[in-house]
Every structure is written in structure tokens, then in C-alpha cells.
Design a protein around this ligand. Structure first.
Ligand code: ADP
Ligand code: ASP
Ligand code: MG
Length: 453
């Protein structure tokens, strides 16, 4: 049994869904369980609808609902043209759009949104795509059956970023999904969405369909997890930024996990953990180029000094200075306890004699954080910074990486430098607008033919 996940562009139009059907058809002998994202752009549009509606801009919100409806119905028209059940599927999708419209009206009346209502709205992208893909697969002779992911992916009620309940997911996967696989049926589930034990809809966070795939893979004891996307695999950098990024054919779990955490969007950061727990290899393939070998993520890939570069922008740095306190017992713990209390994770940390600096991806709780941090010392905040990470399992063994990295960054303003405790990640914090230049310079330094030795 394998889990096969298709991302947003891989189910973004009728041609893409046909390509996905070909991939699944070529794997029927491996008993695939299919996970699909919302059609590309739909989740962002749905979140925009909720926000617009809550701001009172109902007309604009309803216009976007109509756009989503037209796009999905157009796909139904092409994919289910001569299928007897085609009109029913189109009607079901239209009914879902009506529900989104009703939710938008309710949000306008209320005048504000909660994380819970955002999840309710966002979930419709995957609800629609899972239904449409299932019917399109059936129309192409694949014995697919839709399973509502909310009946399988049980989560906490931490809306927008819900934590999976692993035992409950295993039970539900065993009861709901495994018997279908044994019966030769291909279950199709929407990624990203789940529900609390009480049945309230949740989501796993943006990009979370990869995570759904690995949660299901682990729950079902899959042989492989395949992530089908719009690039050939994990590359040495984001190809949208670095045009000569190269395919990495094999990469270690820890490196892939680190790259995902530091911005390599091709994989959701939480995808790796469930696969590692069960020792399941994860593959990344290109739906547009299925003949390419892709990337295999595994325990024993070769160790390289530098494997890839990743980056994320919109990072906030927080520095707490407390000249008399820093070396006092318990000071650092007090600082980190505050971040923990406010459920804010920190990425890069550096300390000096008199201060500790950290970077935050998510600064939504900054105001509350500041109140507590100011009890410990002077606090300064810088927004619009970027973290660029150089990842390689052998980076700690090589003494020259930091020097080469700083030299490659030339005159750029580097605010923080840190070699991670795991020794596989060297991070630099630069000004946000310099992020792409920093990535290109570092990539040229470590991946131009002569240099990467
Ligand atoms: P999907 O919708 O299939 O989940 P995503 O857009 O979430 O696709 O992820 C794929 C994108 O990730 C690629 O188009 C690419 O721009 C980006 N990306 C960032 N870093 C990397 C990397 N190191 N290797 C490959 N792709 C990357
Ligand atoms: N559709 C969701 C998103 O856009 C989940 C995913 O694509 O993985 O974030
Ligand atoms: Mg993705």
C-alpha cells in the first residue's frame, strides 16, 4: 500500500487531474490511497472570502465564491461530460459553494472572524477537489471512492494549526480506509482538513496536505509516501529564485525536515516526522514530468557538506537585553518560557554577553509577548527580516562553511549567524529585501561546479 498525494497545481485544472489519474492508474498494483489538495489558489481565495466578508465587503466575497464555483463547474463539465453521475457531482459542488456564500453572509453579519470559522470556510477547497477528483478518476476506470478526511484525521481544536491525534487517526484509518484498500478500492481524501473528536472542522495549517499524506501513511503502515507536485523533486534551492537549482535525488530525513522548516515549501515542515517514526520513505515527483526520477527522502542517503539552501521572509527578530541578568541562572529559561506560554516558536537563536536574539515566523502574538518580555529587560523588535539556511548533514564537520557563507554574502548586512545544535544547519538573518540575492549568492558559492567540493 502506498499513499499518493497531489498538490494544488496537480489538481488545478482538468488536464492536471487527467495526469493525476494516469499516475494513479500506473500504480493500481501498489494499492494507492490518494490525498488531494484544493485546486491551486482556492484555499487562499477562500481565506480571502472570509476576511472580506467579516470586513463587510460581502459583494466582493460573493464574487470570489462565484469564481470558485465557475472554475470547479467548468472542470466538472470537461471531466465528467459523458458520465451519468456528472450532473450530481456538479450539483454537490454548487451546494458547497452555496454553503460558503451562507458562511460569508453570516460573517458579514457578525463583523468578525474566529480561527474556527476560518477553518470552516477554508475546508471547502479540499472538500470540493476530493469529490471532483474521485468522480474524475471513476470516469477513467479507477475504482475510486471519496472518504471525508474529517472522519479520519482527528485533531485538537487548535484551529488553523490543529495538532493530529495519532491514536485516533490510526483507529479511524484502520476502520474506514484499510478495509477499502483490502477490497481493491482507491480511497480519495482531501488533505489539510480534519475535525476534532466532537466533529468540528479544523485545518492542519497552510500546505498541510503533505502532512495529511504522511499521517495516513504512518497510520496505515504504507510502503511509500509519494508527494506529486510541480517541480522535479527537492532541489538545491527554490527554482523560482535560483534558476540553476539542481535536483537532489536522495536526501536524508533530517536534512529534508530542516529544509522544509526553513522555507522549502515543496514539503510541509511536519511531513517528515510521521514517516520517520514508521521508517517510510517519502518520494517527491513532478506530475508534469512523471518519467523523472524525483527525490527519495530516506535515513541513509549520502552525507554531504551542503545539500541545499532554503529561505523564508517576513521574519521578525526580537532581542532581549538584560546586562545584569543574562548570565544569571534561569534567565534564558525565563525568556523561552514566555515564548512557550504564548505558543510562539522561535527558529534562530543567538546570545551575547548581554542579550539574546531570536527570530519568529509568526508574530501574531507579539503584543502579548512584549508585555511579558519587558519584565525581563529591554526589548527591541525588527520586522521584515529573512532567514536563509544552508543545510547539510556534514556542515558541522567542515570548518570552512561559515567563512565561505559570510564571504559570499559580501557587503550584505548580516544580523545573526547561527550553526544549529544538530550541526546540519547554518542560518543567517538578513534584511528581507536581500533574501533572494542572499540565496543566489550562497547557491553560487556552494553549488557552482568548482566550488561544491
Ligand atoms: P503543491 O501545491 O504541489 O503542494 P507547493 O507550491 O506547496 O506545491 O510546493 C512546490 C513549490 O515549492 C515549488 O513550485 C517551488 O517553487 C517551491 N520550493 C521551495 N523550495 C524548494 C526546493 N528546495 N525544492 C523544490 N521546490 C521548492
Ligand atoms: N490547500 C491547502 C493550502 O493551500 C493545503 C495544501 O495545499 O497542502 O494551504
Ligand atoms: Mg504544498
Amino acid at each position: 500500500m502506498i499513499v499518493v498525494k497531489f498538490g494544488g497545481t496537480s489538481v488545478g485544472d482538468a488536464d492536471a487531474i487527467c495526469r493525476a489519474a494516469d499516475v494513479v492508474a500506473s500504480r493500481l498494483h501498489r494499492a494507492p490511497v490518494v490525498v488531494v489538495s484544493a485546486a491551486s489558489g482556492t484555499t487562499t481565495e477562500l481565506l480571502g472570502i472570509a476576511e472580506q466578508a467579516a470586513r463587510g465587503q460581502l459583494i466582493g466575497a460573493l464574487r470570489s465564491v462565484e469564481h470558485i464555483r465557475e472554475r470547479h463547474i467548468a472542470m466538472c463539465d470537461v471531466l465528467l461530460r459523458d458520465v451519468p453521475g456528472g450532473p450530481d457531482t456538479a450539483a454537490e459542488i454548487a451546494a458547497m459553494c452555496d454553503e460558503v456564500a451562507s458562511l460569508a453572509e453570516a460573517l458579514t453579519t457578525l463583523g468578525h472572524i474566529t480561527p474556527r470559522s476560518l477553518d470552516a470556510v477554508a475546508s471547502f477547497g479540499e472538500q470540493m477537489s476530493a469529490l471532483l477528483v474521485t468522480e474524475a478518476f471513476r470516469a477513467r476506470g479507477i475504482p475510486a471512492q471519496h472518504v471525508d478526511a474529517r472522519e479520519v484525521i482527528v485533531t485538537s481544536d487548535h484551529f488553523n494549526q490543529a495538532e493530529p491525534s495519532l491514536d485516533a487517526i490510526s483507529d479511524r484509518a484502520r476502520d474506514r480506509v484499510a478495509p477499502m484498500v483490502r477490497a481493491g478500492i482507491i480511497p480519495v481524501l482531501g488533505g489539510y482538513i480534519g475535525a476534532t473528536a466532537a466533529g468540528v472542522t479544523t485545518t492542519l495549517g497552510r500546505g498541510g496536505s503533505d502532512y495529511t499524506a504522511s499521517l495516513l501513511g504512518a497510520a496505515l503502515g504504507a510502503d511509500d509516501i509519494e508527494i506529486w507536485t510541480d517541480v522535479d523533486g527537492m532541489l538545491t534551492a527554490d527554482p523560482r529564485v535560483v534558476s540553476d537549482a539542481k535536483l537532489i535525488s536522495q536526501i536524508r530525513f533530517d536534512e529534508a525536515s530542516e529544509l522544509a522548516s526553513f522555507g522549502a515549501k515543496v514539503l510541509h515542515p511536519n511531513t517528515i516526522a510521521p514517516a520517520v517514526r514508521r521508517g517510510i520513505p517519502v518520494y517527491i515527483y513532478n506530475t508534469r514530468n512523471p518519467a523523472r526520477s524525483g527525490t527519495r527522502i530516506m535515513f541513509d542517503a549520502p552525507r554531504r557538506p551542503v545539500t541545499a539552501i532554503a529561505a523564508k521572509g517576513d521574519v521578525t527578530t526580537v532581542r532581549v537585553s538584560a546586562p545584569r541578568m543574562l548570565l544569571a541562572k534561569g534567565f534564558l529559561r525565563s525568556v523561552f518560557e514566555i515564548f512557550e506560554r504564548h505558543r510562539t516558536s522561535v527558529d534562530v537563536v543567538s546570545t551575547s554577553e548581554v542579550s539574546v536574539s531570536v527570530t519568529l515566523d509568526d508574530a501574531t502574538r507579539l503584543d502579548e509577548l512584549l508585555i511579558d518580555l519587558r519584565m525581563l529587560g529591554d526589548v527591541s523588535i525588527e520586522r521584515d527580516r529573512a532567514v536563509v539556511a544552508i543545510v547539510g548533514s556534514g556542515i558541522g564537520d567542515r570548518g570552512d562553511c561559515m567563512g565561505r557563507a559570510l564571504q559570499a554574502l559580501g557587503g550584505m548586512h548580516v544580523h545573526m549567524v547561527s550553526l544549529s545544535a544538530s550541526g546540519i544547519n547554518l542560518t543567517v538573518v538578513v534584511d528581507g529585501p536581500s533574501m533572494q540575492d542572499a540565496m543566489r549568492s550562497l547557491h553560487a558559492e556552494f553549488f557552482s561546479h568548482e566550488a561544491n567540493s
